[in-house]
Design a protein around this ligand. Structure first.
Ligand SMILES: NC(=[NH2+])NCCC[C@H](N)C(=O)O
Ligand SMILES: [Mn+2]
Ligand SMILES: [Mn+2]
Length: 314
């Protein structure tokens, strides 16, 4: 492992704050709250240290489910998700203001309501790369499932109208021209409409096949970060990877990114020098068919994180 070639413009001292978020309230499947411990047990801290990052002890947030949390329209567990993601937002913001790179380990992807809010509160000019099989941009009206992990992007953009009261604290920092997706292959009808109407840069697996991953990352960055001026927040849902590489996740979708394509995305973003924060979400160790599939998923998660944090092949 080397890290000589990559420098981090916003984190020249290479301090990283791992933020463990054992949270599963944004969806129905138990086990995703075990993700952070599995990732840490796989040796992620040592791996980052060997890439010359200085680590503070990981912060492990605790989340407690309220006794009463009635649905808000179709949305399930709105209060639990709203208060938990607020806590994440505050933690990510203070890590950044203390000069550390926030690396948030989920937990389900509703947590990104917190991570993105925290990052944009410190870097309002940031752009967001969302690597996922899903667009996670359903509104409270369009959600087919009521699971808030399918909605975070709409809250971050202020598309939820009216905004559910549990998310009144979320500022609509995220503008359509600062968001790009890579890896999409399971987008709900309402989400397609939203992507189209807002002119959001969305690269599906079709585009990855057509242009190759190198060109896709280049096009995505050109759309959201022309001139390479903005800090970049990378939010990576492990289900972006093909289930062959990451089977232990709640909503797997066939036909995904190869491990190398996912690693390439992270390497290319690292190479820009503009990364300010990363999320790695949706590893669910309770869902692998066997221990090997869980191991493969966790190993894949650690691999993509290392690539974003400066690991290079040569
Ligand atoms: N973060 C995720 N894995 N999201 C899956 C979302 C699935 C579906 N689009 C929904 O809104 O329910
Ligand atoms: Mn997903
Ligand atoms: Mn997701």
């Amino acid at each position: 492992m080397t890290s000589d070639l990559i420098s981090y413009k916003y984190h020249p001292n290479k301090k990283v704050q791992i933020i463990s978020c054992p949270f599963s309230g944004g969806q129905a499947r138990g086990g995703v709250e075990l993700g952070p411990d599995h990732v840490l047990e796989h040796g992620l801290e040592e791996q980052l240290a060997s890439l010359d990052w200085t680590l503070s002890p990981p912060l492990s947030l605790s989340f407690s489910e309220p006794a009463s949390d009635p649905d808000e329209g179709k949305l399930k567990r709105p209060l639990y998700v709203g208060t938990s993601t607020k806590k994440v937002a505050d933690t990510v913001a203070s890590a950044l203001s203390a000069g550390s790179f926030p690396l948030t380990i989920g937990g389900d992807h509703s947590l990104a309501i917190g991570t993105v809010s925290g990052v944009f509160s410190q870097h309002p000019d940031a752009c967001l790369l969302w690597i996922d099989a899903h667009a996670d941009i359903n509104t409270p009206q369009s959600t087919p499932s009521g699971n808030i992990h399918g909605c975070p992007v709409s809250f971050l953009m202020g598309l939820a109208d009216p905004c559910p009261p549990q998310f009144a604290w979320v500022k609509p920092y995220l503008k359509a021209n600062k968001l790009a997706y890579i890896g999409l292959r399971d987008v709900d009808p309402g989400e397609r409409e939203i992507l189209k109407q807002n002119g959001i840069a969305a690269y599906s697996m079709h585009h990855v096949d057509k242009y190759g991953i190198g060109k896709v990352v280049e096009m995505a960055l050109e759309r959201v970060n022309p001139g390479s001026k903005s800090p970049i927040h990378l939010s990576l849902d492990i289900d972006a990877l093909d289930p062959v590489h990451a089977p232990a996740t709640g909503t797997p979708v066939r036909g995904g990114l190869s491990l190398r394509e996912a690693c390439y995305i992270c390497e290319a973003l690292a190479e820009t020098g503009n990364l300010v924060a990363m999320d790695i979400m949706e590893c669910n160790p309770a869902l692998g068919a066997d221990e090997l599939s869980v191991k493969a998923t966790i190993a894949a998660a650690c691999s993509v994180v290392r690539c974003a944090m400066g690991e290079t092949l040569l």
